[in-house]
Design a protein around this ligand. Structure first.
Ligand code: NAD
Ligand code: TYD
Length: 378
């Protein structure tokens, strides 16, 4: 274990992408954990961002939301200077692999150029003016930069060579390299975390788990790509954010940390698990049948009757798995949520927040679903 004499204690944070899935959960987690720190969220509110996620925080002292784009370097510089920001936590990104296949440009623009724009702002305010502020730029990345594993390959470690396969993964890989270069070349204090697939509250229903939950409740088909035997390593979103917290506070400059929960499942297993848990809910809570009249249970069908195998994703990575030994050993990281409890919590959240997911399934969401799944869904 490295001797850690480099503890960072953030006072004023700038969180980019704080109105998205992981960012929203991070901001809520952080405010609960560190109520005496100040936090500013910068978010462009793309289709994936939703400022109502953070409504419960508005008016809270020490918290502010700014609607803006990470590509706007001058805006970021102003925010950094005027608020004596000492820590940037960078979540903002285009994050959906399927959308990156249909339209890579936005991914390169936000994930590569946008990250570079933030780095330039940080360098200008923290380094070029000889600011005495102890700073940290934490970059949130993904395990998808490592590419695809075969069934018996060892899990991804921090030294696994990068081999991104989708435009999304390539754009994140590129941003990881630029972040690293800003440390090596200019001395910016950076850390990076590469996490496996997250699930939990506030996830946009284009990603597998919320798509399956909401489609069951609406009586729509459950699209499984290819043979459904692709493997992902799932982590509850708060466990990801606890890892990010540890890296921000105790991570070594220019180190990268993999975050994961040793929780590999095939997509088909996940879909069947969600189906079974929702079937159980309908058996035990009669009010659900009134609330969701299109759900298959109404006609005494099981949720898994909605499963449909559809064309595979081009370049579909077969397996991801995270070796989280480094963060476990060096920063004493352990996930706390079991998969069983995490997935139940997630289903409950979607059951209790129907307005949230109905509101985000607006016209542009329907356009995406129709375009991507071509035939549309029943
Ligand atoms: P998300 O798509 O739910 O949210 C992204 C947020 O970024 C949205 O609020 C959006 O409005 C904002 N944003 C997009 N472009 C912006 C811009 N140009 N300027 C300012 N804000 C902008 O994504 P997520 O799932 O919460 O992922 C957050 C981060 O975590 C991403 O960097 C992603 O690569 C990484 N990550 C995600 C997962 C996962 O399973 N979801 C796993 C590992 C890493
Ligand atoms: P996703 O949630 O998009 O995350 P990622 O592509 O970043 O891993 O997809 C998770 C897995 O589920 C992935 O292997 C693709 C698969 N999948 C389906 O089979 N059907 C779907 O409709 C979606 C959205 C994903």
């Amino acid at each position: 274990m490295k001797n850690n004499n480099n503890i960072h204690n953030p006072q004023n944070l700038l969180v980019t992408g704080g109105a998205g899935f992981i960012g929203t959960n991070f901001v809520k987690y952080w405010i609960k954990q560190y109520p005496d720190t100040n936090i500013i969220v910068l978010d462009a509110l793309t289709y994936a961002g939703n400022h109502t996620n953070l409504d419960s925080l508005s008016g809270k002292s020490g918290y502010r939301f700014i609607h803006g784009d990470i590509l706007d370097q001058k805006l970021t510089e102003k925010i950094l200077r005027e608020n004596t920001i000492d820590t940037i936590v960078h979540f903002a990104a285009e994050s959906h692999v399927d959308r990156s296949i249909h339209g890579p440009d936005a991914f390169l623009q936000t994930n590569i150029i946008g990250t570079h724009s933030l780095l330039k702002a940080a360098k200008s305010v923290w380094l070029d003016t000889d600011s005495p502020l102890k700073h940290r730029f934490h970059h949130v990345s993904t395990d998808e930069v490592y590419g695809s594993l075969k069934p018996d390959d060892p899990a991804f470690s921090e030294t696994t060579p990068y081999a991104p396969n989708s435009p999304y993964a390539a754009s994140k890989a590129s941003s990881d390299h630029i972040v690293r270069a800003y440390h090596e070349t200019y001395g910016l204090n950076v850390t990076t975390s590469n996490c496996s697939n997250n699930y939990g509250p506030y996830q946009f229903p284009e990603k597998l788990i919320p798509l399956i939950i909401t489609n069951i409740l609406c009586g729509k088909t459950l699209p499984v790509y290819g043979d459904g035997l692709q493997i992902r390593d799932w982590l509850y979103v708060d466990d990801h954010n606890r890892g990010v917290d540890l890296v921000i506070h105790k991570g070594h400059a220019n180190e990268t940390y993999n975050i994961g929960g040793h929780n590999e499942w095939t997509n088909l297993e996940i879909v069947r698990l969600v189906c079974n848990l929702i079937d159980d809910k309908f058996s035990n809570e009669t009010s659900l049948s009134q609330r969701f009249p299109h759900a298959p249970q109404i006609k005494n069908n099981r949720s898994d009757s909605l499963i449909r195998f559809v064309s595979d994703r081009p370049g579909h990575d077969r397996r991801y798995a995270i070796n989280a030994l480094k963060i476990t050993r060096e920063l004493e990281y352990e996930p706390v949520e079991s998969f069983e409890s995490g997935i139940k919590k997630t289903i409950d959240w979607y059951l209790h927040n129907e307005k949230w997911w109905r509101d985000v399934m607006d016209g542009s969401y329907q356009d995406w679903i129709n375009r991507h799944y071509r035939t549309g869904q029943e």
